[in-house]
Ligand binder design. Structure first.
Ligand SMILES: Nc1ncnc2c1ncn2[C@@H]1O[C@H](COP(=O)(O)OP(=O)(O)OP(=O)(O)O)[C@@H](O)[C@H]1O
Ligand SMILES: [Mg+2]
Length: 356
């Protein structure tokens, strides 16, 4: 376990700024998920921590070591990749023992450590197999073993689950989390997938264009997004641009008067966000702080929930997610009029106005 400090780090590839003066600190055995759209700089940041990519400016610390200009093999990081990146001509045992061999660890000690780490990833006795004789999930566990056998100070994972099917994703994800906690590893986990990030991480870092938009615990970032970008990246939301008015009243530009939880100071332009799952329909809606009439425009059945698009009389189009319980499925049809409602506590004010 160590701490990791990224201080004002910038990376430019020619005229492209992949990472833009980014700072991030991790103290101790925490799993931090880097989340963001394709091209926002997640892999670049990870590779700079590992030492595979030079920084253009800024400083990287691992514990009290300044590793900014240190070669990758001296940093003591363990990295795993989306594509496993195992050596195909080496056995599992040789793959996992490779880092130890580079460090000139004697053979007997090396074999003992390889055996121990293979047990950790539930691959006892697989030493003599070749990667091509194993499934995707098993290969990724070999890659995890290879990264962990050196007892890294920092554990780096670049979309390690994205090549696995949904069931394996969950089980290998849970294994990674259990290992990270058991070995108390300082870890950075890159993913596109918000569910994966929410499931595994102590803290989420949402990135856009080489910068951090917001970081915090999953529920904090989900419930209190600081921008439309974050609200939309982590789940879905309904946005109402408008003005804050006195006594927790928000007036949307479209003419809705919405009771809200946050009180703006005086009249200010802002955006009110309401998550689709907090909107109720029909009888359930009628006693809530905010109720509006609308016409159903689309109904999509999604198994555990039904998603409904509703055109309000103000012409706002809102998305509602209704949980499907046995015998209590949403049954309205396109064209029907229904009441939609939500409590003031389900609103969240974003100090941002206009599109994105
Ligand atoms: N070696 C390189 N040379 C030039 N540009 C690069 C290089 N590596 C990355 N970039 C650019 O830097 C930016 C960030 O790329 P990066 O691979 O870090 O994104 P990412 O967030 O990992 O995306 P993805 O989710 O698709 O993996 C992109 O604009 C990319 O084109
Ligand atoms: Mg990437």
């Amino acid at each position: 376990m160590a701490s990791l400090g990224i201080q004002n780090v910038t990376k430019k590839f020619g005229s492209v700024t992949a990472i833009d003066s980014l700072s991030l600190g991790i103290d101790g055995p925490e799993l931090v998920a880097l989340l963001g759209p394709s091209g926002c700089g997640k892999t670049t940041l990870l590779r700079m921590i590992a030492g595979f990519v030079d920084v253009t400016a800024g400083k990287i610390m691992i514990g009290d070591r300044n590793v900014t200009d240190m070669p990758a093999n001296k940093r003591n990081t363990g990295m795993i990749f989306q594509t496993y990146a195992l050596f195909p001509h080496m056995t599992v045992g040789e793959n996992v023992g490779f880092g130890l061999e580079m460090r000139k660890v004697p053979k007997a000690e090396r074999e003992a450590k390889v055996k121990e780490v293979l047990t950790l990833v539930h691959l006892d006795g697989y030493e003599d197999r070749y990667p091509k004789q194993m499934s995707g999930g098993q290969r990724q566990r070999v890659a995890i073993a290879r990264a962990l056998v050196i007892r890294p100070d920092v554990f780096l994972l670049d979309e390690p689950l994205s090549n696995l099917d949904a069931v394996l994703r969950q089980s290998v994800g849970n294994e990674i989390r259990a290992l990270q906690q058991r070995l108390e590893l300082t870890s950075v986990f890159v993913t596109h997938d918000q569910k994966e990030a929410l499931m595994l991480a102590d803290r989420l870092v949402v990135m856009k264009s080489g910068r951090i938009m917001q970081m915090g615990a999953g529920d904090e970032v989900y419930n209190r997004p600081n921008s439309r970008f974050v609200a939309n990246f982590l789940g879905k939301s309904n946005f109402f641009p408008g003005q804050c008015q006195a006594e927790n009243i928000f007036r949307s530009d479209s003419g809705l008067e919405i009771r809200c939880a946050d009180s703006g100071t005086g009249v200010q332009s802002a955006t009110l966000s309401v998550r689709p799952e907090s909107i109720k329909l029909g009888a359930e809606a009628s006693s809530l702080d905010n109720t509006f009439e609308g016409t159903v425009e689309r109904v999509t059945y999604l198994g555990s929930l039904t998603e409904i698009e509703l055109r309000l009389t103000t012409s706002d189009l809102i998305t509602v997610q209704a949980t499907n319980l046995p015998g209590a499925r949403f049954t309205s049809h396109v064209g029907e009029k229904v009441t939609a409602g939500w409590p003031s506590i389900s609103t969240h004010l974003i100090a941002e106005y206009g599109d994105d």
